[in-house]
Design a protein around this ligand. Structure first.
Ligand code: NAD
Length: 604
């Protein structure tokens, strides 16, 4: 036993006839201090037996009780508290039946390859001659399905249908509208594995990423369904005697939803749910790359009880049908998530008033990022390496929140980089239908070419420190790490939207913050540090919409981490948060003079 500690226990052991050997640490001072600190942390922790016994006088019965007795549940087994929001639990792949269900769903989905999806206007499927095929990004020889694209005329008809459906839909009570979202959430739960399987094949998500996306879609539905009930009540704002003044909200009209492919169900569902639960009707234009999943959303909306015309499905090309919809005089609100260039174009177009337009368009714009994680000199590198790897390479770096720059204080630079490279070697690049796959293919040929070109041109300006073999036959790009990257170079400034990470060395925290804030974006950011003073400073000075401390920077959860950026990353509208639905509503105040001048008989 350690010399100088727990002497009564030693005595008790000797008295019981045991031989006790005492030891003392010897050696160099600094490692010795580290040992001492570890002992102090151990012995003073809330769970420590020694602390309980010697400092808190906890009784022997409690100290020796079966640890499994009266365990406090810390997971979803905890009884739900009324009024609190709960996220949909992710699948635990440790359970064999879950793995089996996913395998079966993938096999079944493969048998359905080749289906064709079509635009839906006013509840009716419309045929079109203009058709695109969606190939499996992991095996480009396989065609997952076909999409008949909406024409300009279809787009006009969809707006007309949404406009006609608006008066009746907007008069429904908030709870009636919310119920449709809750019905849809139940359908998603029922179809969970099949929706995930389609994501694996259509956009190349691995099992866990696809699960995350479906759960997030369910979360948006349940969160907005609850939140509209809060907003529907409005609020009394005047307590002056003789006056009743009430603050309340109205829907705006026809909302246009334009979504990206990278969270093919979650983002689209979130935008559509917010549009309709607030009493607007909707024209939904998904990304070309994820129209098959979007068609499922349309199908299940109908099954959930959404009346015809309330949501109209317009798969089509962004530059053609998307642009036309944005410019249309009868669109009141544009809900866009996608790249900065398109977002800025929409913002500009949105400001132009068209002949016959009766309402100023409002744009809700969520765009890209060039997100960085700062690694402080005292960061826990075990955590930092894992946090950076997952944030940079999860779903092939194709998340708007992905880490594409890691800014390391020079004291830790070589150590961090060495460990990052070693850890990157364990990443498995494989077909996402295989449960071992951590990294799958990028979404399409265009993305593949763009990312490969960026890697090639960056080789002359930065030091390539990691690349690995990738499978053939699909759009696989190796996770790629560049070191000694110049913070002003294109590699460190422009969004790549692929598995490419730039490691930047800085002198101190001043420089780290300058580099972190030195791009046009402000979406997500992170810090690994053990210094309370540095955490406080970064919290105040790092410009980003979602800052994560001592954890990865992706995987925002509805309600827990309302999500969205500012600067050139967006307008700060925060999806999955308390203010989000307000963007789809117009506020009004109704003030009534309640002092009556005479007797008003009650109406019969
Ligand atoms: P994108 O901008 O290419 O496309 C987004 C949508 O806009 C698609 O539906 C597309 O068809 C449509 N579109 C394209 N040109 C258009 C035009 N001229 N007019 C109207 N619509 C048009 O983006 P993407 O490749 O689908 O998605 C990746 C981008 O999205 C990345 O930049 C990523 O950072 C960003 N993103 C941001 C968030 C966020 O919450 N901030 C979330 C996910 C993705």
């Amino acid at each position: 036993m350690l010399f100088g500690m727990a002497d009564p226990i030693k005595k008790a052991l000797v008295k019981s006839g045991y031989r006790v050997r005492e030891y003392a640490t010897i050696g160099e001072l600094i490692p010795g201090m580290a040992y001492l600190v570890r002992r102090l942390l151990e012995n003073t922790s809330n769970e420590s037996f020694l602390r309980s016994k010697f400092a808190e006088n906890v009784s022997t019965e409690i100290l020796l009780k079966d640890p499994a007795e009266n365990l406090t549940p810390t997971n979803s087994l905890e009884p739900k508290q009324p009024g609190r929001y709960y996220n949909e639990p992710l699948i635990d792949w440790v359970n064999a039946p879950a793995r089996q269900q996913m395998k079966t769903a993938l096999q079944k989905m493969k048998k359905q390859f080749g289906e064709t999806v079509r635009p839906v206007i006013n509840g009716k499927e419309i045929s079109s001659k203009n058709k695109i095929s969606r190939e499996n990004p992991a095996h480009t020889s396989e065609t997952v399905g076909h999409v008949e694209l909406a024409s300009i005329e279809d787009a006009d008809n969809a707006i007309e249908a949404a406009k006609k459906a608006h008066p009746e839909w907007s008069r429904k009570s908030a709870s009636e509208r919310a119920q449709i979202l809750l019905n849809l959430a139940d359908i998603f739960r029922r179809e969970r594995y099949s929706l995930m399987a389609l994501q694996v094949y259509e956009v190349g998500k691995n099992w866990s990423e696809a699960d995350g996306d479906v759960c997030e879609a369910i979360d948006f539905l349940t969160y907005y369904a609850a939140d509209i009930l809060r907003l529907e009540k409005g609020e009394r704002v005047s307590y002056a005697s003789g006056e009743d003044s009430h603050y309340e909200y109205r829907s705006r009209g026809v909302a246009l939803v334009i979504a990206p492919w990278n969270f093919p169900l979650a983002i689209l569902t979130g935008q559509v749910a917010a549009s309709i639960v607030t009493g607007n009707t909707c024209v939904m234009k998904p990304a070309e790359q994820s129209s098959l999943i979007a068609a499922r959303l349309m199908k299940y909306l109908t099954e959930a009880g959404c009346p015809k015309g309330v949501v109209n499905f317009i798969p089509g090309l962004g530059e053609e049908v998307g642009r036309h919809l944005v410019a249309h005089k009868d669109i009141s609100t544009i809900s866009f998530t996608g790249s900065m260039n398109v977002g800025l174009e929409i913002t500009k177009e949105c400001a132009k008033v068209q002949p016959g337009q009766h309402q100023i368009k409002r744009a809700i714009i969520e765009m890209g990022g060039k997100n960085a994680i700062i690694i402080d000199s005292d960061a826990d590198l075990d955590e930092a390496v894992m946090g950076v790897l997952y944030s940079a390479f999860g779903f092939q770096g194709q998340k708007c929140s992905a880490c594409s720059r890691v800014i390391v204080l020079e004291e830790n630079y070589d150590r961090f980089l060495g460990r990052l490279i070693e850890a990157a070697k364990s990443l498995i690049v494989r077909d996402p239908a295989d449960p071992h796959s951590f990294i799958g293919p990028v979404v399409d040929q265009e993305a593949y070419q763009r990312i490969r070109n960026t890697i090639e041109t960056s080789k002359s300006s930065a030091r390539l420190v990691f690349e690995t073999e990738v499978p053939e036959g699909g759009y696989f790009v190796s996770p790629t790490i560049f070191a000694d990257v110049n913070p002003d170079s294109e590699l460190a400034q422009e969004e790549i939207f692929g598995p490419v990470l730039a490691v930047i060395k800085v002198r101190d925290l001043d420089e780290a913050l300058k580099v972190a804030n030195g791009t046009k974006y402000a979406l997500t950011g992170g810090l690994f540090s053990r210094s309370p003073a540095n955490i406080k400073r970064v919290r105040e000075e790092y410009e980003c919409g979602n800052l994560y401390i001592n954890r990865g920077i992706t995987g925002a959860m509805v309600g827990r981490h309302p999500f969205g950026g500012y600067k050139m990353s967006g307008l700060g509208s925060k999806t999955g948060g308390k203010e989000y639905l307000l963007h789809y509503l117009d506020p009004r105040v109704v003030t009534e003079n309640t002092v009556r001048r005479g007797f008003a008989p009650p109406e019969v």
